[in-house]
Ligand binder design. Structure first.
Ligand code: FAD
Ligand code: NAP
Length: 459
């Protein structure tokens, strides 16, 4: 008889590989399905899965030391903010270092994940096979399903230039923006990178936004900015004020560069990080504009009534959280919102887990790693969840805090502060370990799938 539940992982991006490693190391029968021919997901430029949003010039904006897994440092020869090719190579090396490549089935997509009557998960693969698992870990990423402006701007259908989403900008053709009039919409990191890149060859770039942002440089005082965060023991308000003060001294007000005054305090929106945008604006290569009001045959009209000629409009308007393999009624994220206990456990379905489905002020990878060992501890009976009422109250508290703090937007539905989240998680894990000991280390998910002969996977 198997002693542990058999688990499936959907996706072998940076979150999925952390999950497979954690389960594999602890002796679980685990199988990962990955539609691409390699690991790394978003970080594989031109990925054969068609899902990567990486462009040719992409560098990480969370520093190397913040992004690396805790037990696998990135090579010291890497710069602080490596190129996507470095990052994809790093994820690939991680799999070999810990020896679990044979747990991943490449070029195998999960088309459907449904719960059988006994609670096990039945996966239908694009090979036509169906397989059964006791536990399902979802790591399919949340930056691949482009969110276009909805509804489209008036006049969009009659615009004769190119309209594209940042997801489709690959940047392989250095001539793409040459001598063009380009409107980039958005104030997130895609908008920053693409506006800056376009500004070196375009005739003119306009950066349109419906709200301003506190733009962070990659370095402050010679250190990667994300490494300057004070300990979570210091109250958030104090940390916020310190940071805001440093930014004020270093950059001054955003309005000085022609950008809109942010309608929120620093820390109340997902960070927009760019070393170059303000400099390109200062050089006149990028002009700030308010939101798009409408498109004409060959131009864009903005909400302040101004109008410019436009050949290309790039919508850097973010992504949808999508699970095409679940029945929408079972699990979905309308408006990007899927409430979870500490962004990991589903409150009603005890054998489905989410890895990397969060937006940290910091990098996703070390968090995905902690989520993965946490899930493995749970499935092994070494961690027990709080009682349902307590779990729900915890979720509600966390959600209420987040929605109170962040600008109301579909991009702010799963924000976490990196250090605070990990510190709180460590505390919760200690409490849950004590609960599990009291319960006699009972397995919360009964191993059935292997006994049914349906999973049929080797340990
Ligand atoms: C342009 C850009 C830059 C970014 N920069 C940073 C950064 O600097 N730092 C940071 O922390 N985060 C950054 N992010 C966030 C990004 O989400 C993470 O870096 C990281 O890619 C998350 O990894 P993941 O494994 O969760 O998702 P992904 O990297 O998207 O991987 C998901 C994997 O799941 C597979 N998959 C999906 N559906 C299925 C299916 N049905 N069946 C089988 N396989 C499936 C995909 O093929 C893919 O390999 C960036 C995002 C973008 C778009
Ligand atoms: N170099 C890097 O490492 C890098 C580069 C690119 C992206 N990323 C990461 O990738 C993720 C996605 O970033 P992103 O920039 O693509 O998306 P994003 O962070 O979701 O930003 C979307 C932007 O578009 C705006 N927007 C959305 N819908 C709009 C509409 N209908 N009209 C006008 N404006 C609209 C949003 O404004 P509101 O705020 O008002 O909603 C926001 O400014 C983030 O985690 C980001 O950090 C990293």
């Amino acid at each position: 008889m198997p002693t542990l539940p058999a688990a499936a992982v959907i996706g072998a991006g940076s979150s999925g590989i952390a999950a497979v490693k954690a389960l594999h190391e602890r002796g679980f029968a685990v199988e990962c399905f990955e539609c691409s021919d390699r690991v790394g997901g978003n970080w594989v430029w031109g990925n054969t899965n068609g899902m990567s949003s990486a462009y040719h010039s992409l560098h990480i904006n969370t520093s190397r030391e913040r992004m690396e897994y805790t037990d696998f440092p990135m090579p010291k020869s890497y710069p602080d903010f490596p190129h996507h090719t470095h990052i994809a190579r790093y994820f690939d090396a991680y799999v070999d270092r810990f020896g679990f490549r044979d747990r991943i089935r490449f070029q195998t997509g999960v088309e459907r994940a449904a719960r059988a009557a006994d609670g096990t998960w039945e996966l239908t693969l694009d090979t036509g096979e169906t397989r059964r698992y006791d536990a399902l870990l979802v790591a399919n990423g949340h930056h691949w399903d482009a969110r276009w402006p909805e509804p489209a701007f008036p006049g969009a259908e009659g615009f004769e230039g190119v309209q594209m989403h940042s997801h489709d900008y690959k940047g392989e053709d250095p001539e793409f923006f040459r001598a063009k009039h380009v409107v980039v919409l958005g104030m997130g990191n895609s908008a920053m990178d693409i506006a800056v890149e376009a500004s070196f060859s375009a005739e003119q770039v306009y950066l349109a936004a419906r709200r301003g942002a506190h733009i962070l440089p990659k370095y402050l005082f010679g250190r990667p900015t994300d490494q300057l965060g004070a300990s979570p023991k210091v109250p958030f308000e104090v940390r916020r004020r310190i940071f805001q003060g440093m930014l004020k001294v270093y950059l001054g007000d955003m309005e000085r560069y022609g950008l809109p005054k942010p309608d929120h305090r620093f820390g109340d929106a997902h960070p927009t990080i760019s070393d170059d945008i303000l400099s390109r604006m200062a050089h006149g290569a990028i002009t700030a504009k308010p939101n798009i009001a409408s498109l004409t045959r060959d131009g864009v009209r903005f909400t302040d009534g101004s109008e410019v000629k436009a050949d290309v409009v790039v919508y850097c308007t973010g992504y949808k959280v999508s699970f095409p393999f679940f029945d929408e009624g079972l699990i979905s994220a309308p408006d990007n919102d899927l409430p979870l206990f500490r962004r990991t456990f589903h409150p009603e379905i005890g054998n489905v887990f989410f890895v990397g489905l969060l937006q940290p002020l910091g990098a996703i990878m070390p968090i995905a790693e902690h989520q993965s060992t946490w899930i493995a501890d749970y499935l092994a009976g070494r961690y027990a969840l709080p009682a349902p009422a307590e779990l729900r109250a915890d979720m509600e508290r966390e959600r209420a805090q987040m929605f109170r703090r962040y600008v109301r937007s579909k991009r702010h539905t799963m924000q976490v502060d990196f250090d605070d989240f990990l510190a709180a998680l460590a505390k919760e894990r200690r409490k849950g370990e004590a609960r599990a000991r009291r319960d006699g280390a009972r397995l919360p998910v009964t191993p059935r799938a292997e006994a049914l002969g349906a999973a049929g996977i080797a340990r």
